[in-house]
Ligand binder design. Structure first.
Ligand SMILES: Cc1ncc(C[n+]2csc(CCOP(=O)(O)OP(=O)(O)O)c2C)c(N)n1
Ligand SMILES: [Mg+2]
Length: 534
């Protein structure tokens, strides 16, 4: 007798896409819908969830946090041209963060495209460039599932990043074929002979420095970085503008944070004969500089997952590939004769409580938070002028407990906190926000409230864009001169929180700080703590 294969009717594009998304573990859809997107979600499957963001920058920011927290690509659905436009800032950030996102954008129905229809995204695949790794509007409706598969693999290949598919609204009901998921490599082992050069340089070095970038934590290589630093007795610095923390900041080898200025980096690394940049560009500069990129007598070696970063480094030897696999290969080499460990760095002074009638300093607030948090709490930060204070008063101690953006584009932190909380159920998230920064995507509070996520948003309210005021002298402003467009009077964050369904509390005096933080840290729902700071 002939074996009978059960007859499976040809799937629609929608069915084939949903099956693939399930196979890829992308059953959470971050989106903000429009008419061109509605057809995708007819018969929305019961095992999927739709996470609504009220503005597209919030949608992409949440997806970025979720993808980082789950280490898988997140699925995003945006409204055609205007939706992608709103999303662009956080697409740029996802590109810099190297966060894998499969972004789909609606497009008008194919049959009316010749007539420049309402909502038509003209050159839809050009719009997000150059901040997507790939963008495509499939030539035929039935090619959409194949394009989703390709988009997923491209997004997940290191260096990871966002990709965009523009999908006409009438494609979803067309017939197509199922696409089987495949095993596709996401990273590669660095070339052994290049790694061997790096290993030899480390063995020969007398005073090595490690500069740790975001790719260390992203690649899950925290333990390997610690082991290699200990083996070589290296001092460990955090790379300028790193979006993640890749080394325990209470470790005796921890040496601090490098600023994004050429001369200051050279000064900070003085005395080392070898600098090993791990998962970090060498280096990220924010302001003009000149002269050498390294202190005299120092050589540079680099292990990086991004060939472009390896290509533009001004000096040194660079191995390209997976950070974790590369560090494991270095650890597999015979251990050198142990070096004496350098002396631990001096600890910063404790912050004082405010004098009567004065506002609290940011240092006092963050020191208090450091005493009250659990090291497992996840900190998502976007508070520009408070970053150095955080670095001295709120140390990060564990892997995957610190996130900020690598791009400098404000508007990521609020929604990223939501996405991270969603991706790490049961974990407390602390959103440490500047009062200016949180206004770029304040609607994230609504999503946090609807999803009942345990996030404590601590808003440092200094009523201004302090970072820009502090920066002004670099551009020739007299110290203390007025800087146009940097005052932020009259924002009530407690009202903004309550208006979106979140609890909110204002802390103006030091004695109210601990009780407010305690309540926010214990709560299983989102709470906004607006802290008046000096
Ligand atoms: C999208 C975007 N717009 C503008 C800027 C410029 N910018 C950098 S820091 C900053 C101020 C941030 O203010 P706030 O969050 O209150 O932090 P503070 O400087 O007061 O610590 C601004 C506007 C930016 N980085 N990104
Ligand atoms: Mg501010």
């Amino acid at each position: 007798m002939e074996p009978t294969t059960p007859h499976r009717p040809a799937p629609t594009v929608r069915e084939a896409a949903i099956e693939l998304m399930r196979d890829f573990g992308m059953t959470t859809v971050f989106g903000n819908p429009g008419s061109t997107e509605l057809p995708l979600f007819r018969d929305f499957p019961a095992d999927f969830r739709y996470v609504l963001g009220l503005q597209e920058s919030v949608v992409v920011g949440m997806a970025d946090g979720y993808a980082q927290a789950t280490r898988n690509a997140a699925f995003v659905n945006l409204h055609s041209a205007a939706g992608v436009g709103h999303a662009m800032g956080n697409i740029f950030t996802a590109h810099k963060n190297r966060t894998p996102l499969v972004i789909t954008a609606g497009q008008q129905a194919r049959a009316i495209l010749p007539f420049d229809p309402f909502l038509y995204s003209n050159q839809a695949t050009e719009l997000p460039k150059p901040y997507v790794k790939w963008s495509c509007e499939p030539a035929r409706a039935q090619d959409v599932p194949l394009a989703i598969a390709r988009a997923y693999y491209v997004a997940m290949q290191e260096p990871r990043g966002p990709v965009l598919l523009s999908i006409p609204a009438d494609d979803w009901d067309r017939e197509t074929e199922r696409v089987q998921p495949r095993v596709v490599s996401t990273g590669s082992r660095p070339e052994p002979q290049v790694l061997a050069r790096i290993g030899d340089a480390l063995d020969a070095s007398e005073r090595p420095a490690f500069v740790i970038g975001a790719a260390v934590d992203r690649s899950g290589a925290w333990d390997e970085a610690v082991a290699l630093a200990q083996r070589h007795g290296a001092r460990v610095y955090v790379a300028p503008m790193s979006g993640r923390c890749g080394f325990p900041e209470d470790h005796r080898l921890f040496a601090g944070f490098l600023p994004a200025m050429r001369e200051a980096i050279v000064k900070g690394l003085e005395g080392h004969d070898l600098v090993f940049a791990i998962g970090a560009p060498a280096f990220t500069y924010h302001v003009e500089g000149s002269g050498a990129h390294l202190p005299a007598g120092a050589a540079l070696v680099q292990l990086i997952d991004d060939p472009t970063i390896a290509a533009w480094a001004p000096v040194g030897t660079a191995a390209v590939g997976s950070i974790r696999l590369g560090l494991q290969d270095l650890l597999a080499r015979p251990a050198p004769i142990p070096r004496p460990l350098p002396a631990p760095r001096a600890r910063g002074a404790r912050a004082e409580p405010p004098a009567a009638g004065e506002r609290m300093s940011v240092a006092y607030v963050l020191q208090t938070l450091a005493e009250m948090r659990d090291p497992d709490h996840i900190i998502v930060e976007e508070a520009p002028s408070s970053r150095p204070v955080m670095q001295s008063h709120l140390p990060i101690l564990r892997t995957e407990t610190f996130y900020t953006m690598c791009s400098g584009g404000l508007g990521h932190g609020m929604p990223a906190a939501v996405g991270i909380a969603l991706g790490k159920p049961g974990r407390k998230v602390i959103g440490l926000m500047g009062d200016g920064s949180c206004m770029y995507s304040i609607q994230a509070l609504w999503s946090a409230a609807q999803l009942k996520l345990p996030i404590a948003f601590v808003i440092l309210k200094n009523r201004r864009y302090a970072a820009l005021q502090e920066f002004a002298p670099v551009f020739g402003y007299e110290p203390g001169a007025q800087v146009a467009g940097t005052a932020l009077p009259g924002i009530d964050f407690v009202a903004l929180a309550r208006g979106q369904g979140c609890d909110g509390v204002r802390v103006a005096h030091a004695d109210a700080l601990r009780p407010a933080l305690q309540q926010a840290l214990r709560s299983t729902a989102p709470v906004v703590v607006e802290v008046e700071v000096a």
